[in-house]
Design a protein around this ligand. Structure first.
Ligand code: FE2
Length: 346
C-alpha cells in the first residue's frame, strides 16, 4: 500500500528531453514528456482506445499521438483528435498527473489533483546557496519494497557494518539512538563523541584529530529522507555545532519512489558547507556516495528476497524503534486515504 496524496520523484529532469519516457510510480504506468515551451507533462501511459502505451507514440507539439490509431491527447489528458471521426466522446481521455520540476528532479502528485500543492515538496535548505557545494544527483533501482529502504534510512547504526570503508567506522557500533516523531515523519539521531572521522568524510573535514559527530537520520512521509552529518572538533558537539567555524556539514537528500511492491527507484543528491565551487570535491563525494549506496543495494535486495523465501518468524531489536514508528504512522496515513466502507442501510 502507498500514500497517494504526496509528491514523488518520477525522473531526473535530464531524463525527459525530447522523448516520451515511460515510468512506473506506485504501480501506475505514466508517460512523461515536455510540451513545446519545455514544461513537463505526465499522462497515464495507456490510450483510452486500445490501451497501447502512449510512450510508444509520438510527441506532436504540446500533444501526444498514440502510435496505433493516431488518437491525440493534450497535457490535461483530454483527447483533441480522433482520426476518421468528427466527434470526440468525453470519455476519450487519459489521466493527467500534476508534475513540477524542482532540484533537477521531476515530481509527480499521485493522488487527488485538486490537493496538489507544490509548496509541499520536500524543502532543501541550502539549495542555491553560493556557500554550499552540490554533488550531481543520481538514481538507481533497488529490488525491494520501499519500507525496507525507509527502515535503512532511519537506522544510523547500519553504517558500522554495511559501510565500514565510507560512512561508518567502529565508533558507530554502540552509541544509542534517540528517536523523535513529529507531524512530518520520524528522526533517529545521536552524537558520537571523541571518535575518529569516518573514511568518506576525511577529505572534507577541516581539522585534525578526533571529532564529535552527529548522525541525523530523518524520514518524512511518504518516503523522503534528510540524512545530516555534522563533524566538529571533539568537545564542540552541541545544538549549535553546525555554526562552528570548523564544522563540516553534509546534507544528504534521499527520495524514494515505490515502483511497485517489490522495487523502488532511489534518487539522491548531497550538499556540503565547504568548497562550494570545487568540481573535484563534488566528483569525489558523488562517486563515494554512489559506491556506498551500492553497498546498501546489495543488502536491501537480499533482505527483500530472504523475507520472501523464509518461513521462520523475524524479531525486532532496539535499533528498530524509529523505523517501526515511521511504518506505524505511515500505515495510519494510508488508511485515512481509503474510502469509508459503505454503511449497511438496515
Ligand atoms: Fe546505508
Amino acid at each position: 500500500m502507498f500514500l497517494c496524496n504526496a509528491w514523488y520523484v518520477a525522473a531526473l529532469d535530464a531524463e525527459v528531453e525530447d522523448r516520451l519516457l515511460p515510468v512506473k510510480v506506485l504501480n501506475e504506468r505514466l508517460v512523461l514528456y515536455r510540451r513545446a515551451n519545455g514544461e513537463p507533462a505526465a499522462l497515464e501511459d495507456a490510450c483510452a482506445h486500445r490501451k497501447l502505451p502512449l510512450s510508444l507514440g509520438r510527441i506532436r507539439g504540446d500533444h501526444v499521438e498514440c502510435g496505433y490509431h493516431g488518437m491525440t491527447y493534450g497535457a490535461d489528458g483530454k483527447c483533441v483528435r480522433i482520426p476518421c471521426s468528427e466527434r470526440i466522446p468525453k470519455e476519450a481521455r487519459v489521466r493527467s498527473y500534476p508534475i513540477v520540476s524542482r532540484y533537477g528532479l521531476l515530481w509527480v502528485w499521485m493522488g487527488d489533483a485538486t490537493l496538489a500543492d507544490p509548496s509541499a515538496i520536500f524543502p532543501v535548505d541550502h539549495w542555491g546557496d553560493p556557500e554550499w557545494g552540490v554533488t550531481r544527483g543520481d538514481a538507481m533501482t533497488v529490488h525491494c519494497n520501499y519500507l525496507y529502504m525507509t527502515d535503512n534510512l532511519l537506522d544510523p547504526s547500519h553504517v558500522a557494518w554495511v559501510h565500514p570503508d565510507s560512512f561508518g567506522n567502529a565508533a558507530c557500533e554502540s552509541t544509542p539512538v534517540e528517536v523523535h516523531a513529529n507531524d512530518r515523519g520520524v528522526i533517529a539521531s545521536r552524537w558520537m563523541r571523541g571518535v575518529e572521522v569516518a573514511p568518506l568524510y576525511m577529505p572534507f573535514v577541516r581539522f585534525r584529530g578526533s571529532c564529535d559527530r552527529l548522525q541525523h537520520y530523518e524520514v518524512r512521509f511518504p518516503s523522503h529522507a534528510l540524512i545530516k552529518a555534522v563533524f566538529v572538533p571533539a568537545g564542540a558537539g552541541n545544538a549549535q555545532a553546525e555554526r562552528h567555524e570548523r564544522a563540516f556539514v553534509m546534507d544528504s537528500y534521499n527520495f524514494l519512489t515505490p515502483i511497485d511492491d517489490e522495487s523502488t527507484r532511489y534518487y539522491w543528491f548531497q550538499l556540503r558547507n565547504v568548497s562550494p565551487s570545487d568540481a573535484e570535491a563534488s566528483r569525489l563525494m558523488g562517486e563515494s556516495v554512489r559506491s556506498a549506496f551500492e553497498e546498501d543495494r546489495v543488502i536491501l535486495n537480499a533482505v527483500q528476497k530472504s523475507f520472501a523465501e523464509t518461513r521462520t518468524p523475524h524479531i525486532d531489536i532496539a535499533i528498530d524503534s524509529a523505523p517501526l514508528r515511521f511504518r506505524r504512522r505511515l500505515r495510519q496515513l494510508i488508511a485515512s486515504e481509503q474510502p469509508e466502507p459503505a454503511r449497511d442501510p438496515t
